[in-house]
Design a protein around this ligand. Sequence first.
Ligand SMILES: Cc1cc2nc3c(=O)[nH]c(=O)nc-3n(C[C@H](O)[C@H](O)[C@H](O)COP(=O)(O)OP(=O)(O)OC[C@H]3O[C@@H](n4cnc5c(N)ncnc54)[C@H](O)[C@@H]3O)c2cc1C
Length: 458
Amino acid sequence: MDSTKKLPVAVIGAGPIGLAAAAHLLERGLEPVIFEAGPTAGAAIEQWRHIRLFSPWRFNLDAAAVRLLEASGWETPRLTALPYGGELIEKYLTPLAALPAITSRLQTGARVVAVTRAGMDKTHVRDRDTTPFTVRVHHGGGEVRDHAVAAVIDASGTWSTRNPLGTSGLPAIGENASADRISSPLPDVTGRDRAAFAGRRILVVGAGHSAANTLINLTDLAKDAPGTRILWAIRGASAEKVYGGGDADGLPARGQLGSRLRRLVNAGAIELHTGYNIAALNTLDTQVSVEAVDGRSLEADIIIPCTGFRPELEILRELRLNLDPAVEAPLELGPLIDPEFHSCGTVPPHGAKLLAHPEKDFYIVGMKSYGRAPTFLLATGYEQVRSVAAALAGDQAAADTVHLELPETGVCSTDGGSSCDVPSPGKAASEDTGCCAAPEPVLIGFPTGLSHGRTGGL
Ligand SMILES: Cc1cc2nc3c(=O)[nH]c(=O)nc-3n(C[C@H](O)[C@H](O)[C@H](O)COP(=O)(O)OP(=O)(O)OC[C@H]3O[C@@H](n4cnc5c(N)ncnc54)[C@H](O)[C@@H]3O)c2cc1C
């Protein structure tokens, strides 16, 4: 960053990882400018504020952010408690974003639509590494501005780009045209979004824990909303993996939840359709018809897509990236987080070196750094941005010394299963060092995504 030292470092996204990046940059004497597309910090988490996290507070806080907060008299939450998404916002992200050091550098309603090098497209190599970046931002009111920055940290998450409903990774034919019949991925069906689901015929698509969580919540809704019908479509031939090990499950609460789901399906409260590969969606008068590849068809008032997420890469089109061909994570990170082999606690700590791209001083961090792998943890992201800030400040030794203190049991708890707390293949749950016993088992609060990234592959 030598020749562009006076310019700020752009941080894309004011989620937990973007804000932590800003805190680390400040500690390093660098100047962050944070662009957040939503109206407030934590805008993506706001969408799932009703979901309980599966890791306790002590793993959800960034050290540099805490140092900033403590200087302002902030009250530390109880470190062993499992917060809801809403609490993570109210007790941590909002106070952090409100600190003068952060708020003065945070632009909300500011959506980054492209990142490039000033005056050169991707094909130009001369002086590339020493040329500032241009970050193009759509600000509120239709204003578009180009910002010159020395480096870019993309912490924009994956929440806004869910996987499509269609088979083969493509949207089903007619999926886009049926958008008004498709809800957000984790609606609050018994609370904020109740009216959209009560008394309706609802199709949940996906075989992961978001699906399981949503299905159980829908059955709660159905108890006092007559006429609510719940359909569940999965690609696999059976839902056994979602049910987990039942009473024999190494994670008791997960077993309980899986057993509960199984009972609800067996009792007919949930109508399960297996081997259902979606080919097309046809919008009817008040419903949508969902056609399977094998000719079957289901009709629903509304579809809940629990199909996982993928990174939005179009804004980075003019940058020289090196991405894993399968996972779409930075190349060297890809194999380390391959969902076939790693549960969240077993992913080794990593930092700037592993996250680097051919595009110097550009990093993808946080949830987006995991590409399509669903096993990202906040604790991992906090170590990523500590290392990236050190690298940008020229402290290579600190950047390379990565450490992440996860206990033997991992940070995942037994909230009934999560994309992270499924044991690695071939191991009993109790043997898996990645995810084990929880301090406080809870019965709701699956995170999201599909177990080990297999989109509907059960
Ligand atoms: C339901 C759920 C539960 C989870 N539970 C846990 C848990 O218990 N423990 C754990 O460690 N992890 C958990 N995770 C995983 C992960 O830690 C969270 O997804 C976390 O929010 C990721 O933080 P982030 O800052 O990388 O991304 P996000 O929180 O998604 O933040 C990204 C921000 O970038 C903004 N943005 C997006 N695009 C743009 C753009 N183009 N320009 C400007 N701003 C943009 C968004 O509005 C958003 O505010 C969970 C995830 C989900 C979905």
